[in-house]
Design a protein around this ligand. Structure first.
Ligand code: ATP
Ligand code: MG
Length: 292
């Protein structure tokens, strides 16, 4: 049965939605300020004294750094999944110390590895997420019908409406990543934290996902932080780059100023070239690992 058919069986009207997931709805931009954030696991501190003075809504920040640098740990801390010292202020309101549920109304997080063995369809997972935590700050509870309507509109925008009725445990790796992204987006967050959202995607979906994340970030005024290992994608889609090395911020700024051979040598330990292609995009070519 097609998603549209099933949706109509569930009582979902096939009319243009009132703008929720359609392009072009402007929204007020949010602002995230991170001050002296320190966190880890038990007594082991992983991220030390991380300060990002102002991450502006409508902009994408790419969080880069080598394996084990602490990128996922930092995102978990921002999402409220790990205890942290310091300050995380969203639009001037302190998030540290708030309940996970209260934070989840504002901040959504897509983990690097999605949970396995969930016996729900893509649509059921989205509807469940919406009913458990209604969209947006202080959102009102949504009915089953509204939730299905919102979920289907989002799947259509992501180009995966054909997966609506497929079980999560039957999806390919890339399809699971797309479904995970849908779960992060469906609650209409103010802050969107994505941990390597393109790592399992083919070339077309990588571009499609980054383009959509960019559009939604602009339209909804989201503060978006994306962990990426593909520095070319970061250069192309990020407004702001933060490079984490061994739990501390090593470099921060615009892609052109941050993605330099010197940074790549120091933080990633590679000799690399950074050049512009014929389309004007920054290309990062790692030539060789450096000794030591
Ligand atoms: N659940 C955990 N318990 C204890 N230590 C952990 C846990 N998760 C990660 N770590 C440690 O924290 C450090 C940072 O890990 P993290 O996953 O944040 O790195 P990362 O930058 O996301 O790396 P990658 O690019 O490989 O995903 C590593 O030394 C890792 O071993
Ligand atoms: Mg990680």
């Amino acid at each position: 049965m097609s998603a549209a058919l099933e949706a109509s069986r569930m009582g979902v009207q096939q009319r243009p939605l009132a703008g929720e997931w359609q392009a072009g709805t402007p929204a007020a931009a949010s602002r995230l300020e991170i001050g002296g954030l320190t966190l880890g696991y038990g007594r082991r501190i992983i991220v030390r004294d991380c300060t990002l003075a102002s991450l502006a809504g409508g902009h994408i920040t790419a969080l880069l750094g080598p394996n084990g640098a602490g990128k996922s740990t930092l995102l978990r801390g921002l999402a409220g999944l790990l205890p942290a010292r310091g300050s995380v202020k969203l639009n001037g309101q302190e998030m540290i110390g708030r309940s996970l549920e209260a934070r989840a109304r504002h901040i959504t997080y897509m983990p690097q590895s999605l949970p396995q063995g969930v016996a729900l369809t893509v649509m059921e997972a989205l509807v469940g997420a919406l009913k458990a935590s209604p969209p947006g700050a202080g959102g009102l509870p949504v009915s089953g019908r509204e939730a299905a309507e919102l979920a289907l509109a989002l799947l259509e925008r992501l180009g995966i409406a054909h997966l609506a009725l497929v079980g999560l445990d039957r999806l390919s790796g890339g399809q699971r990543q797309m479904a995970g992204l849908a779960q992060a987006l469906v609650r209409k967050p103010e802050v969107l934290l994505l941990d390597e959202p393109t790592s399992a995607l083919d070339l077309r979906y990588q571009l499609q996902v980054m383009r959509l994340v960019q559009q939604l970030t602009r339209e909804k005024g989201l503060v978006t932080v994306v962990v990426l290992h593909d520095l070319g994608l970061a250069a192309r889609f990020a407004d702001h780059i933060v490079v984490l090395g061994d739990g501390t911020i090593c470099a921060e700024g615009e892609p052109e100023r941050t993605l330099t051979p010197a940074m790549l040598a120091e933080v990633y330990g590679v000799s690399a070239r950074v050049e512009r292609c014929s389309h004007g995009h920054l290309q990062i070519m790692a030539d060789a690992p450096l000794a030591g």
